[in-house]
Design a protein around this ligand. Structure first.
Ligand SMILES: Nc1ncnc2c1ncn2[C@@H]1O[C@H](COP(=O)(O)OP(=O)(O)O)[C@@H](O)[C@H]1O
Ligand SMILES: [Mg+2]
Length: 535
């Protein structure tokens, strides 16, 4: 029950957007849960020690853009009486996006060097009406390399009247040269209690009636994003004429998450890496939240565990409490799935996804822990001593190869192992690494868990000229392992364990056909040097 009237052109999301815009804080004191940032910024304005480049880092919807605009306003009204007409006029102009000297650039749609060049050209001019010209570059990580370089020139010698505020969800994609010029502020996910309090305040002001439990569910689902919380509340308020209940919230949230969780469990049963990754990606593309999926996954796995335990009465009775809250159809489905998973597999999976939820608290990218938890469950066979190669791996590799779209030809015969003289690049041989492979993964695990999970999903393919070649069976592990933080852990562990200077290269399994056609120069060289090719 909002006080909006839907016209024929409005969609619910337009209305939702309107409400969160309307509730954009106008002062630092209204910004919820970011006191560590707002206090420092307030002090800087008060003391006149204002920097020229700021970086606001944090997940979406936690107040970065809002705080950037407030800062732009504060620096420009500093020294004025806050209630004076001039101060009010400036504040209004900035809040409404009319101030000529506060320039917002969405880097997601202006990634090019031309946009930044234009800034560079204009940066030299005095502000037209305010004291400071403030450039707010949203989604700054989307800028192209050329754009970053152009920006860097400006950041190196910023004119005294210019302030840059870069906002990003993904600081790792920002070059170190730019980072080092910025004062960095980390925005936190807004805690549940603060989200609930804000929603309650908003409900009262807007005349929306909602149960406490419903607000808590909304807050929990929003996973730290006040924008998402307010949007969801508004959608619910627009679509129901009565009091918003917990059941309304559940219903509004349910569909995508449930389908994804079902697909993930099926993927676990089939030990199908690709199916799970695709399910996650599809869900996220549709706007689902990785945290929510992980939580629902834990809930479902626990239910499966309970079904399993109740069928095996000799097991711990403590777990055999009811699985209330599941419909009859769901129970039948649960029973069918539980049948196909072992107790150890389920326990391992509950553990992996719970851990992912923990990791998501500190990670800016929630997708990665979710994917890694899934990977961990698919590739690590239950209860296996880690040193014994899992039997499922052979089947898995075979299946992946036969499914590879680019590889319709018959699987080529395995190259015979031949004695491998030490390649010139170092002492490491395929045999030596293979023998220590599990130990190697354990050591990587000690420094970087996601990297270890990724390694487990790959096959060691060849070692030649100091380069370890791995095969991935899906593009996600391929991409993730090549990310600097993962690759660095793997290479560093390799260098330490085998005492040399090695490198890794990862390719998709599909390319194997080309490799076997002996068109791959690396492989040809590897064979010439006596390297062994294995799969
Ligand atoms: N910390 C916060 N305190 C109060 N409201 C917030 C906060 N974070 C987000 N919001 C709400 O969400 C909307 C979007 O916030 P925004 O600052 O654009 O997020 P970000 O730039 O971090 O993605 C705001 O208009 C406001 O309604
Ligand atoms: Mg923003």
């Amino acid at each position: 029950m909002t006080n909006y009237h839907l016209t024929h052109r409005d969609t619910l999301s337009d209305v939702a957007e309107a409400l969160y815009r309307k509730w954009r804080p106008k002062t630092f004191d209204e910004v919820v849960g970011q006191e560590h940032v707002t206090t420092t910024l307030k002090n800087q304005v008060a003391s006149g020690r204002i920097g020229h480049a700021y970086l606001f880092v944090g997940s979406r919807g936690c107040g970065k853009t809002t705080s950037a605009r407030i800062f732009a306003k504060e620096v420009n009204i500093a020294g004025l009486e806050p209630d004076s007409p001039r101060a009010k006029q400036i504040a209004e102009a900035i809040a409404e996006g009319r101030a000529l000297d506060v320039i917002e650039i969405d880097a997601a749609s202006h990634t090019g060097v031309d946009d930044i060049r234009e800034i560079r050209e204009r940066v030299g001019f005095q502000p037209s009406e305010l004291r400071y010209k403030v450039y707010i570059i949203d989604e700054a990580h989307m800028l192209s390399t050329a754009a970053f370089n152009a920006l860097l020139k400006t950041l190196e010698e910023p004119p005294p009247h210019v302030i840059f505020i870069l906002a990003t969800t993904d600081p790792q994609k920002i070059p170190a040269t730019v980072l080092s010029r910025c004062q960095r502020f980390n925005f936190r996910r807004v805690p549940i209690d603060k989200i609930v309090a804000r929603l309650r305040q908003l409900c009262e002001a807007e005349g929306i009636e909602a149960d406490d439990h419903a607000l808590r569910l909304i807050a929990r689902h929003a996973a730290g994003s006040l924008r998402d919380a307010v949007s969801l509340l508004d959608q619910l308020a627009s679509s129901s004429t009565m009091r918003i209940s917990a059941a309304d919230v559940r219903e509004a949230l349910g569909a995508t998450d449930a389908a994804t969780v079902r697909a993930l469990v099926d993927g676990l049963i089939a030990r199908d890496t690709g199916a799970g990754f695709d399910a996650i990606q599809n869900a996220l593309d549709q706007g689902a939240d990785a945290r929510q999926i992980a939580r629902q996954m834990v809930e479902r796995l626990r239910a499966l565990l309970q079904v399993k335990v109740s069928r095996a009465p000799q097991q711990a009775p403590a777990l055999t409490d009811s699985i209330d809250g599941w419909s009859e159809a769901e129970r039948i489905e649960l029973a069918a799935q539980a049948e196909k998973l072992s107790m150890a597999q389920l326990k391992h999976a509950v553990h992996a996804f719970s851990e992912a939820i923990n990791e998501m608290r500190s990670a800016t990218d929630a997708q990665l822990p979710l994917e890694m938890a899934y990977l961990d469950c698919v590739v690590e066979p239950e209860g296996m001593p880690a040193a014994v190669p899992p039997p499922t791996r052979v089947a898995q590799a075979g299946r992946a190869a036969s499914q590879a779209p680019a590889g319709p030809g018959p699987a080529p015969a395995t190259t015979q192992p031949a004695p491998a003289p030490a390649p010139p690049g170092g002492e490491l041989t395929y045999e030596a690494l293979k023998a220590q492979w599990q130990q190697f993964i354990r050591e990587v695990n000690a420094v970087n868990k996601p990297a270890a999970a990724l390694l487990r999903s790959c096959d060691l393919y060849a070692v030649a000229g100091g380069v370890v070649h791995l095969h991935a069976h899906h593009d996600i592990p391929l991409i993730r392992l090549q990310e600097p933080k993962n690759k660095t852990s793997v290479v560093a562990t390799l260098n330490r364990m085998f005492n040399g200077q090695y490198d890794i290269r990862i390719s998709l399994q599909q390319r194997q056909v080309d490799l076997d056609a002996e068109e791959d120069p690396v492989l040809k060289a590897a064979k010439r040097m006596g390297g062994m090719v294995r799969r």
